[in-house]
Design a protein around this ligand. Structure first.
Ligand SMILES: *[C@@H]1O[C@H](CO)[C@@H](O)[C@H](O)[C@H]1NC(C)=O
Ligand SMILES: *[C@@H]1O[C@H](CO)[C@@H](O)[C@H](O)[C@H]1NC(C)=O
Length: 434
C-alpha cells in the first residue's frame, strides 16, 4: 500500500478542516504563507531556482519543542519477519533512544511506498510511546542505493508537491512525529555537471517546502536528514547553510570511512574519532572530528549537528596474516559479516571463540582486531563513549546510532555477571543523557 491519489484526496479534505478556535491564527498563518507564496513565485520568475535570502529568515525562527534537548536518534531497520532471530519492535527498549527512525521506505513515482510489514512495524514502534510518551518516531525515506526515486521527485514543484502530500498523509495517518530524508546522494551520479547544481538546489527547495507545509499545518512535525560524511560528497551534494535553515537536525553518517573495495585493498578504520598521527591530506579528512568541524564551518549549527555512531564493524581478509597493521594489504572482505558489514554480536562471538589480537589506535580512539587473516575494525562500549564525550565537549546536539539491529540486542556480548542488551546504544545513551 502507498499514498495513492484516492488516499491523498481524503487526506486533503481532512487537513482542510479547521476548528473554530483555531480559525483566527490559522488565517494569520495562511496570510503569511500566501504572502510567502507570492514572494516565492515572483522570486522564482526572477531567478530560476535561487532561494531569495529575505524569505529564509522567517523560517530560521522556528523552534520546535525541546529544540535544544540532547538527541539519541536510532535507526531501526524493518525486520525480516520470517527470520526468528530478527529484532522485533516489541524487543526494543522504549527509553533507549529519544528518537527512533523506522527505515527505510522507498520512493516510487514521487510517492512513498509502504508495504504491509512496514505499516505493521510503524504501528508497533509508535506503540512504544505508550511506555515512553517522550519518544519520537520518524519514518526514514530513501537509504543507501535508493537514490533514483529522489532524483525524479525533486525535479519540479509539482512532483515535490505530490511527495509532500504523501508525507502529510503518512504522518497524520500513522501518528508519526516526523520524516527523515536519507538521499544517498544528491548529484553524485553527475559530479560537477549542471545537473549536480540543480539536484543540490532542488534538495534545499524540497526541505523548504516541507518546512513551509508543516508551518501551514501548524504542526510540530520533525524534519531531519541523513547526510554524507566525506567532504568530496558534501561539497557537491548539499548547501549546508540551507539545510541548516529547514531541518530540526542533521544525522551525519560518520562511518564507512574505510572498507574494502577493489580500489582500496587495505585495512582501515570504519569510524575513527580523530586522524591517526601518520595521516596527511585526504587521508586526514576521513574521521569524525574532521567531518564535524567541516559541517560547522559550512554553517550547520552545533545545535543541529547529530554525530553518527555505528554498531557494526567492517571485516577484511589480510593478504599476509603477519602484516596486520592499519593500511595493510587485503584481498577482499573478511569471512565475518555480509560484504564486510559485521554486526556487533558477531564480533563478540568471534572474540570469545578465537585468540584474537586487539589493538587500539591512540589517536583514532577505536579498536581493531585480527586473527589469522581475518581483520576487523569495530566499536565497543568504550569507543562509543569517547564519541559521546566528544559530542558533549563540543556542545553538539547528540548522537545518531546506525543501527539498533546491528547492536547486540540479545545480550550475546555480556559476561556472565551482567546482562546488558544493546550495549553500544546503552553506552551512548548513558554518556549523553546525564
Ligand atoms: C536472521 O537474523 C540474524 C540476526 O540479524 C542474522 O544474523 C541472520 O543472518 C539472519 N538469517 C537469515 C537467513 O537471513
Ligand atoms: C579536529 O579538527 C580540527 C579541524 O580540522 C583540527 O584543527 C584539530 O586539530 C582536530 N583535533 C584533533 C585532536 O585531531
Amino acid at each position: 500500500m502507498y499514498c495513492n491519489a484516492q488516499i491523498l484526496e481524503v487526506a486533503q479534505k481532512e487537513t482542510s478542516k479547521i476548528s473554530p478556535s483555531e480559525g483566527r491564527s490559522f488565517k494569520a498563518a495562511l496570510i503569511i504563507c500566501v504572502g510567502l507564496f507570492i514572494v516565492g513565485t515572483v522570486a522564482l520568475f526572477m531567478s530560476a531556482n535561487e532561494l531569495p535570502e529575505s524569505r529564509l529568515i522567517y523560517v530560521e525562527n522556528i523552534q520546535s519543542n525541546n529544540a535544544n534537548a540532547r538527541v539519541v536518534s536510532c535507526y531501526y531497520n524493518i525486520p525480516d519477519r520470517d527470520n526468528s532471530s530478527a529484532l522485533l519492535p516489541n524487543s526494543l527498549h522504549p527509553h533507549l533512544c529519544t528518537h527512533i527512525n523506522v527505515a527505510f521506505a522507498p520512493i516510487k513515482d514521487k510517492k512513498i511506498i509502504l508495504d504491509d510489514n512496514m505499516i505493521k512495524t510503524i504501528r508497533e514502534i509508535v506503540n512504544l510511546k505508550s511506555q515512553n510518551p517522550e519518544l519520537k518516531v520518524l519514518l526514514s525515506v530513501g537509504g543507501a542505493g535508493n537514490n533514483n526515486g529522489f532524483s525524479e521527485m525533486v525535479v519540479d514543484h509539482a512532483s515535490r508537491k505530490t511527495f509532500i502530500r504523501c508525507i502529510k498523509y503518512i504522518l497524520h495517518n500513522y501518528e508519526l512525529d516526523g520524516i527523515d530524508l536519507d538521499w544517498e546522494f544528491p548529484v553524485i551520479h553527475n559530479i560537477g555537471g549542471d545537473l549536480a547544481k540543480r539536484e543540490r538546489q532542488h534538495f534545499s527547495q524540497l526541505l523548504r517546502e516541507i518546512r513551509m507545509e508543516y508551518l501551514r499545518e501548524r504542526k510540530n512535525y520533525l524534519l531531519t536528514v541523513a547526510v554524507a560524511a566525506q567532504q568530496v560528497v558534501v561539497d557537491v551534494a548539499y548547501d549546508v547553510d540551507q539545510i541548516n535553515l529547514y531541518v530540526d537536525y542533521a544525522n551525519i553518517m560518520t562511518y564507512d570511512f574505510h572498507y574494502y573495495t577493489k580500489f582500496t585493498p587495505f585495512t582501515g578504520l570504519n569510524a575513527p574519532l580523530y586522524a591517526r598521527q601518520s595521516e596527511r591530506f585526504y587521508m586526514a579528512t576521513l574521521n569524525i572530528n574532521y567531518t564535524v568541524q567541516m559541517y560547522l564551518n559550512k554553517g550547520l549549527d552545533e545545535s543541529k549537528l547529530v554525530v553518527g555512531i555505528p554498531t557494526y564493524g567492517h571485516s577484511f581478509t589480510l593478504v599476509n596474516s603477519q602484516n596486520a597493521n592499519i593500511e595493510s594489504p587485503v584481498s577482499g572482505f573478511g569471512q565475518l559479516g555480509n560484504l564486510g558489514f559485521v554486526n556487533y554480536p558477531d564480533i563478540c562471538k568471534f572474540v570469545k571463540s578465537n585468540k584474537v589480537t586487539v589493538n587500539e589506535d591512540l589517536y583514532a580512539k577505536v579498536p581493531y582486531l585480527h586473527y589469522s587473516t581475518e581483520w576487523v575494525s569495530y566499536d565497543t562500549p568504550k569507543s562509543v563513549m569517547e564519541k559521546a564525550q566528544y559530542i558533549k565537549k563540543h556542545n553538539l546536539r547528540g548522537a545518531m546510532i546506525y543501527s539498533l539491529n546491528a547492536d547486540d540486542y540479545l545480550g550475546t556480548c555480556a559476561q556472565l555477571s551482567d546482562n546488558i542488551r544493546f550495549p553500544l546504544s546503552e553506552s551512548v545513551k548513558n554518556s549523553l543523557l546525564v
